[in-house]
Unconditional design. Structure first.
Length: 466
């Protein structure tokens, strides 16, 4: 385990720092998963004293009531005011890091870019001046999404980043990979013989991945309006889940082998043509979206993976804001057994269905066919495992896992540049096409379960279990 570190957060007064990053660090601290010797520098533009900054953090309920442990944690935080584009302030930040480094007797520095993406480049360029003076393997740079807004801008930013920092020190974060049930996809697939040999186009009929939210864009409108659901959710979270679901079993699970297999999926994703945009993509925007624009807050699409193993299996992705509930689920529908066997009353045989319940409930659901007691009829029964129902259990927050892994230099759950590159190629095939601009943006009332056109896309039925 790392023995000391200084955690610099650019965007220390932002929502991400307040609601996710600092609570995640605090949870790790409470669980004794951090070394005693660490410091946090929260970097923000607001003119806060340390006390004011602490009060700002305490507004969030994730910091439970003050106690000795929380006080000790807060003691480790320094608030540093600066404008991210003020080059002169980076020198003082370096001096501060050195000073704190002496206190903790170590010089591991982590830099978390939790700012709007427009600052990523200026921060990375300025930091690089001081970075070079330090030993490379003592630094870590964590980059939030969105990593660019299309392939071209992502390539440009990646070039800048890799010029400024050593590749090994760059961690591109996708917080969905920190979620328990996403990691469980690999465990379930690779430890159960039941699924291992039934995980291809021969047995699987279709795959659905859906993430709905019951809130809108609210105060993130400036960011969101230039991005939309495709870039905000599909380019990263949904495609990463998709690659976990379909990647080939590597000989062993290592950072490199997973990366190679994920890449093989993303490279082989079927991109869109004007025709397939017309038939296989649905865009929506909720009623009352705060500005007049063509930005989608809902997207559903159908694609496939053009490998021998998967070709022909429809893969459906959906995400939307202001829908009826906050939920994320994966549904794997297996092919129906159509063999006619006179012994059974086959009319009632259903497709097997496997669901990964990602949130809010975490669990796994399996639907199988079973005999009706007393006769030879068939009916479906389900095995339903609810992880979050266990009162002794509470899943770590996604960011906890990822921050811990980054501190300990484990990149298994981080996206590589090549993965990001092919994800953008897929998204660009939609966004760069004139057909997308011509396509109707369907208005939907807040709180809907689904949009009619999207239900049609999946051939009727639902995106979620119930
Ligand atoms: C973020 C998106 O990456 O994920 C947000 O930028 C979205 O728009 C959020 O609300 C959803 O994350 P979670 O973990 O709450 O499902």
């Amino acid at each position: 385990m790392i023995n000391s570190f200084i955690f610099n957060i650019f965007g220390g007064t932002g929502d991400l720092a307040k609601k996710k990053l600092l609570p995640a660090l605090y949870n790790l601290y409470k669980k004794d998963m951090l070394p005693e010797n660490f410091k946090v520098i929260s970097i923000g533009r607001r003119n806060y004293t340390k006390n004011q900054y602490v009060n700002f953090l305490m507004e969030d309920t994730k910091f439970s009531s003050r106690d000795k442990q929380l006080d000790d944690f807060l003691e480790k935080i320094t608030y540093y005011e600066m404008n991210f584009d003020d080059s002169s302030k980076y020198k003082d930040l370096d001096v501060l890091n050195k000073k704190l480094g002496e206190e903790i007797k170590g010089d591991n520095r982590v830099f978390y870019f939790a700012t709007p993406p427009s600052y990523f480049e200026v921060i990375s360029n300025n930091l690089s001046m001081y970075y070079k003076n330090n030993q490379k393997n003592h630094q870590r740079v964590l980059i939030e999404k969105p990593f660019g807004s299309d392939l071209k801008s992502a390539e440009y930013f990646n070039e800048q980043l890799e010029k400024a920092f050593d590749k090994n020190d760059i961690y591109r974060i996708d917080h969905y990979l920190g979620k328990e049930m996403i990691q469980n996809i690999l465990t379930m697939r690779f430890t159960n013989q039941l699924f291992r040999n039934n995980w291809s186009k021969d047995s699987i009929d279709n795959i659905k991945i859906a993430i709905s939210e019951n809130i809108g864009v609210e105060e993130r409108i400036n960011y969101y309006d230039s991005v939309g659901a495709l870039r905000d959710m599909v380019q990263n979270h949904l495609l990463q889940i998709l690659s976990f679901l379909t990647l080939e079993r590597p000989f062993e699970i290592t950072t490199e082998s997973l990366k190679k297999e994920k890449l093989n999926i993303l490279k082989n994703l079927k991109t869109f043509t004007p025709d397939s945009i017309r038939s296989d993509v649905v865009f929506g925007q909720y009623d009352g979206y705060p500005v007049k624009s063509e930005t989608e807050t809902y997207v559903a699409l159908k694609t496939e993976i053009l490998t021998d193993k998967w070709k022909g299996v429809p893969i459906y992705l959906m995400t939307g804001k202001h829908m009826s509930e906050k939920k994320a689920e994966v549904l794997i529908t297996f092919k129906k057994d159509t063999s006619k066997d006179c012994f059974f009353n086959n009319d009632n045989v259903e497709n097997n269905l496997l669901a990964f319940k990602i949130q809010p409930t975490e669990g796994v659901y399996l639907r199988i066919n079973s005999k009706v007691p007393g006769n030879n009829d068939v009916s479906t029964v389900s095995l339903d495992y609810c992880q979050t129902c266990n009162t002794n259990y509470s899943s770590p927050e996604a960011y906890e896992k990822l921050l811990f892994d980054c501190l300990n230099r484990d990149k298994t759950l981080f996206a590589s540049w090549e993965e990001i590159k092919y994800s953008w190629t897929f998204i660009d095939s939609i966004t760069k096409s004139c057909e997308s601009r011509r396509k109707a943006l369907l208005k939907y009332p807040r709180g809907v379960e689904d949009i009619k056109e999207s239900t049609k896309l999946i051939g009727g039925g639902k995106w979620f279990l119930d």
